[in-house]
Ligand binder design. Structure first.
Ligand code: NAD
Ligand code: TYD
Length: 330
């Protein structure tokens, strides 16, 4: 396949490009990424069969130009951080909604297959004791400008499938962890804090639950969807990885040689979702896919090692990210 991967220089996109090139030697990848704060050209440096075009999905002519010659588009590009969406919601609407419409219009024009990467956050949150996890039938109930913009983008995809017959699928995945994640996010922020002698900073009470999946497992599922996914179908992706933020912090402290309770509670995020949890059983069956990282502690340990060995990836961003958090009391 010749793929156009939007956002391919960010966290999940970089891992997707690297994994796909290594596991599918016939594939070629064109990456479209504006190299915003979370995207780095160096993530893709030296990769064969991969070409990076630096540009914006809001540039419709560019999107059309690149879509002409590919077999499929995998659309990762987005503004991805909830905290940032509380400071600059407009950018999230532009990139995540209008940008997705540009991709859809290009797919309509050139009859290109699309896989749209979405999130479980479109479903809002669950009570901590709710026995029913998110399924395909869960109503959309987003809480933040980020999750609302992703929900709106999903609706656009569905409308383009129904009204224009675009061959598009959607996946809603839970929280990813792995290499190349920007230091603004929870796990890389805590790991790099520890390297710098700063205690992890936990929002609110730390009881909030996230459902963790290793990024390689997510990306294997995305490739399976490209191979066997049905038009108009939605796939929920997760790895039964529910943990409270405090459980993650304690595990991380232990792995890094600190007292488990050596963390600081800081002010809570506005509208902070309590819990996400994905029931991915239908996807396991339909895609013949199951996550390989079943031991979160082992996965986390390998991510700590990766950040230790790759200071060039995060050091330059760290001070500015922390200055921004400090202004928010976090
Ligand atoms: P990221 O912020 O690390 O990467 C996003 C990439 O998109 C960056 O390289 C950025 O430069 C690029 N980008 C942003 N705006 C762009 C624009 N207008 N034009 C071109 N490129 C642009 O995010 P991520 O964590 O890799 O997330 C990728 C996708 O996966 C997003 O759609 C996100 O909603 C979704 N997702 C993320 C998670 C998670 O846990 N990180 C979970 C489920 C779904
Ligand atoms: P984050 O990585 O921002 O992902 P998301 O908001 O998409 O779930 O945050 C994961 C969880 O960690 C979330 O409950 C907020 C919390 N959190 C902290 O407690 N401390 C932090 O420094 C950060 C960045 C997040």
């Amino acid at each position: 396949m010749k793929l156009l991967v939007t956002g391919g220089a960010g966290f999940i996109g970089t891992n997707f490009v690297r994994q796909t090139l290594s596991e599918h030697p016939q594939d070629e990848i064109l990456v479209l990424d504006k190299l915003g704060y979370a995207g780095k050209a160096e993530n893709l440096a030296g990769l064969e069969r991969c070409r990076l075009v630096v540009g914006d999905i809001l540039d419709k002519d560019l999107v059309f130009d690149l879509a002409k010659d590919v077999d499929a588009i995998v659309h990762f590009a987005a503004e991805s951080h909830n905290d940032n969406s509380l400071l600059n919601p407009d950018l999230f609407v532009q990139t995540n909604v209008v940008g997705t419409v540009h991709i859809l219009e290009a797919c309509r024009e050139y009859k290109v297959r699309l896989h749209h990467i979405s999130t479980d956050e479109v479903f809002g949150d669950l009570a901590l004791d709710d026995p029913q996890k998110f399924t395909r039938l869960s109503p959309y109930k987003p809480s933040s400008p980020y999750s609302a913009s992703k929900a709106a983008a999903d609706m656009m995809v569905r409308a383009w499938v129904r009204s224009f017959g675009v061959f598009a699928s959607i996946s809603n995945c839970s929280n990813n962890y792995g290499p190349y994640q920007h230091v603004e996010k929870f796990i890389p922020r805590m790991i790099t804090n520890r390297f710098l002698g700063v205690r992890p900073r936990v929002y609110g009470t730390g009881q909030n639950v996230r459902d963790w999946i290793h990024v390689d497992d997510h990306n294997h599922a995305v490739y399976k969807i490209l191979e066997t996914g049905k038009p108009g179908e939605t796939y929920l992706l997760g790895a039964n990885g529910e943990l409270s933020n405090l459980e993650v912090v304690r595990m991380l402290n232990k792995l890094m040689g600190y007292e488990e309770d050596d963390y600081e509670l800081v002010s809570d995020r506005a509208g902070h979702d309590r819990r996400y949890a994905i029931d991915a059983r239908e996807s396991y069956r339909e895609l013949d896919w199951t996550p390989e990282y079943t031991n979160f502690e082992l996965g986390l340990s390998s991510v700590i090692t990766w950040y230790k060995n790759h200071p060039e990836f995060w050091e330059a961003d760290k001070a500015q990210v922390e200055a921004q958090y400090k202004m928010q009391g976090k």
